[in-house]
Structures are given as C-alpha cells and as structure tokens.
Design a binder for this molecule. Structure first.
Ligand code: SF4
Ligand code: SF4
Length: 177
C-alpha cells in the first residue's frame, strides 16, 4: 500500500536530512550561514516596508490568505532556518491543510517575518499590492522590488553553496574552502 506523504511529513524529512549535515559538517557551512545572515537582513528591510501597509489593508480582509498548507517550510526554508541557528516552529500533525493557518492569531502571523516560509513573504494579494503601488513613489517601489529580487537571488546562492558542500561530502572531499 502506498502512503501519501503530507506536508508535515516532508518537513520532518527535511529536518533530518539537513540537520545531519549541520551536526557533522558545521565547519564547511560558513558561507551558507553568511548568505543566510544576508537574507535575514534583507527580510528585515522588507518587513519595515511591508508593515507600513498591512495594518491598513489586512484588518478589513474578508479572505485571509493564510491556510495551514502555506505554513510548512520548503527544503530551502529549512536550510535557511538551520543556517540561522533557528528552531523550526513546532507543527501540529494531522491538521486540515486548507483550514486557517495554525500560526495565525488575532495580531496576524505569530512567526516573525524573518523566520516565515519564503512563500509567505512573497505572497502579495491584490489589495495589498494596490496599496503598495498607490502609496509609494516609483523610487520606493523599485526599492521594494529590488529587495524581493535580492532575497530570491541570495536564497538561490545559499542553495547552490549548500549543494556544493553536500556534493563534496558525498565524494569524501576534504577541501573545506
Ligand atoms: S495579505 Fe491580503 S489576503 Fe492576506 S490578510 Fe492581508 S489583505 Fe488579506
Ligand atoms: S504568514 Fe504565517 S500565518 Fe500566514 S500562512 Fe505563513 S506561517 Fe501561516
């Protein structure tokens, strides 16, 4: 009988996979950690920008975007969290993927933006996007887009760097540069 793997199961598998590498090869992961720190700084900047808009737009929302399915970290998110020395949020097993997100409280998401899954930080509903466009100069809007691009680019570099480290480990290479 084939069992379907849930999002929750996947997170557990990613944690084990990446956690083992971080436990046994921490010294090889300095560049990965440095890039993750850069990503954090960019997300903090993004947060300052977005928080000027969400308190205006979100309280009247009738179609809250946050459901459980979106809250699970992807492989890259788990890597990022390990690289930042952060703990993966505790997920409750067996929840309905389409029910309101388990981290959604009266004050919005209880996970700090810098630790949320990438998809959560990348999602902009139409009302939020309109508000951003209408209340920012072209220069500020470009700054916002640039931040998103920076985060995506650095995340890609982090993954490439990590893949190179893992490849070296698999080939038994001792080079740690
Ligand atoms: S981001 Fe958009 S969909 Fe999500 S709560 Fe705010 S207004 Fe609603
Ligand atoms: S932003 Fe927070 S509350 Fe919304 S889906 Fe992501 S983790 Fe859940």
């Amino acid at each position: 009988m084939t069992e379907t793997r849930t999002c929750y199961d996947s997170v557990k598998i990613y944690q084990k996979d990446i956690g083992d590498v971080f436990i046994s090869h921490k010294d090889r992961l300095i560049k990965v950690r440095d890039i993750a720190a850069d990503i954090s700084a960019e997300i903090e900047n993004l947060s300052v920008f977005i928080q000027k808009h969400t308190p205006v737009v979100c309280p009247d929302c009738s179609r809250v975007c946050c459901i459980n399915r979106h809250s699970y970290p992807a492989y890259d998110d788990v890597l990022y969290l390990y690289a930042r020395g952060e703990i993966i949020p505790r997920y409750t097993a067996g929840l309905d993927d389409y029910a309101p997100c388990q981290f959604l409280g009266h004050m919005g998401c209880s996970i700090p933006r810098v630790l949320r899954p990438y998809r959560c930080n990348w999602y902009f509903c139409t009302p939020l996007l309109h508000h951003i466009v209408e209340h920012n100069s072209s220069r500020h809007y470009r700054f916002f887009i640039n931040l998103l691009e920076q985060i995506t680019g650095k995340r890609q570099r982090m993954m490439e760097e990590y893949a190179a480290v893992v490849k070296n480990i698999e080939f038994g290479c001792t080079d740690q540069t």
